[in-house]
Design a protein around this ligand. Structure first.
Ligand SMILES: Nc1ncnc2c1ncn2[C@@H]1O[C@H](COP(=O)(O)OP(=O)(O)OP(=O)(O)O)[C@@H](O)[C@H]1O
Length: 225
């Protein structure tokens, strides 16, 4: 589902975000991406939906050659990749419902079908009762779940999460992680970038470790840390 072949990303300032990373993630797999601050986790997660372009190498996502993708095809790629960010990036002047509906409005879905899907996504993250609330009135964990609902509302085959548990306590963090597992169970390919090694160990999944932009380790699911 996601294939990187010697992918590099050099930023304008001359800094390397990634250096020659080769990696394949199969359909329906859940992979944790870990590494110290500046290791390249965010860079990897930004390359996959085409938010950044690789400087070298080959990258394909859900059957699309991202490294050679014409600009006009970017929306098509973004519909196949849902993304959640640590800081949620929710619009403060829109309700929970409106925030989650946004990607569907952009995709031009009829309002009735969009509303049905928004409610299904909110139900999945346990926030149906808060659909008319504004983001500021929600807890950090709830805001994170709204961000997740927005990422999955278009039913993308690929879901990416950048530090989804960054500001949450251990109990809420585990809850959020279980949510990602539930998307994997229905066939979604999931990549979760996180610093939280204890949490990663607790779930016993495949763990990819980056170090200074390079792939330092790739530990299969079920193997002890
Ligand atoms: N827009 C940018 N311009 C220049 N350099 C960048 C940019 N984004 C990231 N970098 C550099 O690329 C390297 C990898 O950064 P990246 O954000 O991918 O790491 P990370 O593992 O996500 O770190 P963190 O855990 O702190 O978010 C770092 O050296 C960083 O300074």
């Amino acid at each position: 589902m996601i294939h990187l072949d010697r992918v590099s990303k050099r930023y304008r300032a001359g800094k390397d975000g990634l250096r020659g990373v080769s990696l394949s993630v199969g359909e329906g797999e859940l992979v944790f991406v870990t590494g110290h601050s500046g290791a390249g986790k965010t860079t990897l997660l930004r390359l996959i939906p085409g938010l950044e372009r690789p400087s070298g190498g080959r990258l394909s996502v859900a059957g699309m050659a991202v490294d050679r993708l014409p600009r006009r095809k970017l929306p098509q790629l973004r519909q196949r990749v849902g993304v959640t960010f640590q800081d949620h990036r929710l619009l403060p002047d829109r309700t929970v419902f409106e925030n989650v509906a946004l990607p569907l409005a952009i995709a031009g879905l009829p309002p009735r079908e969009a509303a049905r899907r928004v409610r299904a996504a909110l139900d999945k993250v346990g926030l149906l009762a808060k659909e008319q609330a504004y983001p500021v009135t929600l807890s950090g964990g709830e805001q994170q779940r709204v961000g997740i609902a927005r990422a999955v509302v278009g039913r993308p085959p690929v879901l990416l999460a950048d530090e989804p548990t960054g500001n949450l306590d251990p109990r809420l963090s585990a809850e959020i992680m279980r949510l990602f597992l539930s998307f994997q169970e229905v066939g979604t390919t999931v990549l979760v970038a996180t610093h939280d090694l204890a949490l990663v160990r607790a779930f016993g999944r495949r763990v990819v470790t980056l170090h200074e932009g390079e792939l330092a380790a790739d530990r299969p699911a079920g193997e002890a840390a």
